[in-house]
Design a binder for this molecule. Structure first.
Ligand SMILES: NC(=O)CC[C@H](N)C(=O)O
Length: 353
């Protein structure tokens, strides 16, 4: 008899071991990252998802708060072949169900073949397969989470001081902490605004750059952020990461679509079309830009040719689909943040003598 079950939308029910008890459901996804479990488990972009680690041992260097990307665990549940006690205790204390001792290769190959899918988990002494199936059946598609921004955003504007190099207005659609610190470390003051900030709220900050953060769910559901981008297009330089790239592009007239199983890992190869240089990147997304509107493609994914970087000299826009802040991940693309600051500088009025 097992004390945990996961039910997949394709009808399969797998037995597992409960590591943190609870009943839950979400969109089943996997990451191939072999380090960075604290960063991934606190990344707000995983809200409403159940995160499977394909790497078989998760937790072998403990749990340290300094590596957290937000102040809570974000996925609805965690799955690995083997979770250490450190990670299991952390997840239990956060009330997030966790299971291990199952064949995670089966989950990964299923999601790769059939796409990200609904799943239900029942973990704990009284768990039954039927409970897991009932959870799975109650799971709603990601695009139905129309106000997912409210789950992950600040509710009040918050200022992170970095210096007078630039003033950044960041729409917090679920921002990772290290995106904010990558900007403050370079001397920018970052005004973090709620995901549903109005153009007036943004104007009040007098930003040199408007930055749209990463975030969970379907980018089309971030309606207020689309309105802000539309209001400032051509007036204020813009930058975005992941959901930020998707929102900026669709607000400017392009579009996005859902991928089959997405990109989640720390070794996604990206080629810069201007230099022919390939860098390794950290990624976590299930949607992609399908029509770039007025933006020019500067970078593509070497594996599947999807859009990784966009640019517009005319509109002063630069965006990335991957995560240049690299937490976890290779540091190859940290220079993106220097480009964001240069963009801000290009628009600042030259001081009179
Ligand atoms: N990391 C992110 O910002 C993810 C963006 C979006 N939710 C997606 O899955 O594509």
């Amino acid at each position: 008899m097992s004390d945990a079950y996961i039910a997949l939308a394709d009808g399969r029910v797998l037995e597992a071991r409960a590591r943190a008890p609870g009943w839950t459901r979400g969109e089943l996804v996997f990451t191939t990252a072999y380090t960075g479990y604290e960063e991934s488990l606190t990344d707000p972009s995983y809200a409403e998802q159940v995160l499977t680690f394909s790497y078989p041992l998760i937790g072998n260097y403990g749990v340290r708060e300094e590596r957290f990307e937000s102040d809570s665990v974000q996925p609805r549940a965690a799955i690995a072949r083997e979770l250490t006690d450190d990670v299991a205790e952390w997840l239990e204390s956060e009330g997030v169900p966790a299971i291990d001792h199952l064949d995670t290769r089966e989950i990964v190959t299923t999601v790769r073949e059939e796409g990200a899918m609904a799943c239900g988990i029942a973990a704990g002494e009284d768990a039954t397969p039927e409970d897991a199936v009932a959870e799975m059946e109650a799971c709603t598609p990601m695009s139905d989470h129309t106000d997912i921004g409210a789950q992950v955003s600040v509710t009040e504007p918050t200022v992170h001081e970095g210096g007078d190099e630039a003033t950044v207005a960041m729409l917090d659609c679920g921002a990772k902490g290290s995106i904010i610190s990558s900007l403050t470390e370079r001397g920018a003051d970052v005004h973090v605004l709620p995901y549903d900030a109005t153009p007036e709220d943004v104007a009040a900050v007098e930003p040199d750059v408007l930055f749209v953060s990463n975030g969970p769910g379907d980018p089309e559901n971030f309606v207020a952020a689309h309105e802000v981008v539309d209001a400032f297009a051509g007036e204020v330089p813009m930058a975005g990461i992941c959901l930020g790239q998707q929102v900026i592009t669709s607000a400017l007239g392009g579009s996005t679509e859902k991928m089959s199983f997405g990109h989640r890992g720390v070794n996604q190869p990206v080629k810069d079309l201007r230099t022919d240089r390939v860098v390794m990147t950290t990624q976590n997304h299930g949607y992609t830009v399908s029509d770039t509107g007025p933006l020019e493609v500067t970078q593509v994914n070497v594996n599947d040719d999807t859009v990784e970087g966009l640019d517009s000299d005319e509109l002063d826009v630069i965006t990335r689909q991957y995560h240049p802040e690299a937490n976890p991940g290779p540091h190859d693309s940290l220079g993106f943040f220097d480009e964001v600051l240069a963009l801000a500088e290009s628009r600042q009025p030259v001081a009179a003598d």
